[in-house]
Design a protein around this ligand. Structure first.
Ligand code: CA
Ligand code: CA
Length: 316
């Protein structure tokens, strides 16, 4: 019979180590089982699946398969040990790295972490086009002007402009043009009558949020009728109106420290309808102060609008 010959050949060709005595016993048992197959097979039309089931019920097949499986396990464990060890080491390293990252994240909790982040909702004034671009080559440390819309700036849901309509104070309370409260009246168009002009030299304005609030963005327009760069632009926040408590500098492009508040590393930039957006990163403060010291056009200091985006009440 072909199938029995195949079984016999398979037994002969098995390549696991056994002793001659065991070989003899296995072959003898196989021979007995083959005789039994021939004697017991009455149904010549037995399906292949039924034949397999019958063969697998034979004891010697079970023992041989168990022995082969045991040898395979021993060999597999032996040769797989080093690989498993290496993979285990790698896994441990990855786990440690992952835990370190989580630990580092835990060290710098963000106030907005519990809130959904959404794009900052703000309104831009109309772009003001000019027919003759001014010569900007004399402006030091000038960042490359961009007239493309800025990408979405994410803030926690509920973030609003905290200073709309609120009073503003200034180092120059009697402006040359306009009124100080133009700075928070919501009008940011580049037209005459929309901006306030402060005296020449270093001047500042101060905005009071009314309470300690987490601040995410400060967006401001000096005067954007035509491209120019204002100098010594410094943005600070503090807990008190006199800026003596918990003062933090969020932006400073006074590269030569002519304002006396420290050397700034931020770049000069060209004023456009998009205003300047400073990331406050959720810093908590009550007061916001902006400095300037003339511009590439003249010595005057102008503001069209300042917006301070944050959450109305400090998160406890
Ligand atoms: Ca305004
Ligand atoms: Ca300077």
């Amino acid at each position: 019979m072909k199938s029995e010959n195949n079984i016999e050949q398979s037994i002969t060709n098995m390549k696991f180590k056994t002793s001659p005595a065991l070989d003899e016993r296995i072959l003898s048992a196989a021979e007995q089982e083959l005789i039994q197959i021939n004697n017991t097979r009455e149904d010549k039309n037995q399906s292949p699946r039924e034949k397999v089931r019958f063969i697998m019920k034979l004891n010697w097949i079970k023992y041989t398969a168990a022995a082969a499986a045991l040898i395979a396990i021993i060999v597999g464990v032996h040769f797989g040990y080093k690989r498993t060890s290496l993979e285990s080491d790698k896994s441990l390293t990855q786990k440690a790295t992952s835990e370190t990252k989580i630990a580092n994240q835990d060290e710098t909790p963000k106030p907005e972490s519990s809130r959904k982040m959404v794009p900052l909702d703000f309104q831009l004034p109309k772009p003001c086009f000019i027919s003759t671009p001014p010569n900007l080559s004399g402006i030091p440390r000038l960042e490359k002007p961009s007239y493309e819309p800025r990408p979405p700036f994410l803030v926690p849901v509920g973030t609003v402009n905290l200073v709309r309509g609120r009073p503003v104070s200034s180092s120059n309370e009697n402006p040359t043009i306009g009124e100080i409260d133009y700075i928070t009246d919501g009008d940011k168009e580049a037209v005459d009558g929309s901006y306030v002009e402060l005296a020449p030299g270093l001047q500042y304005i101060t905005l009071d949020l009314g309470d300690l609030c987490p601040i995410y963005a400060i967006l401001f327009w000096h005067e954007h009728m035509f491209p120019r760069a204002y100098y010594d632009v410094i943005v600070q926040i503090a807990d008190d109106a006199d800026f003596t408590q918990n003062v933090r500098t969020l932006f400073n492009n006074d590269f030569d420290n002519s304002a006396g508040l420290g050397v700034g590393t931020d770049m000069n930039y060209i004023e456009t309808y998009q205003g300047k957006l400073v990331d406050a990163k959720g810093a908590i403060a009550r007061y916001v102060r902006l400095y300037s010291n003339g511009s590439s056009a003249n010595d005057m200091n102008n503001y069209t609008e300042v917006e301070v985006y944050g959450l109305p009440v400090r998160e406890k």
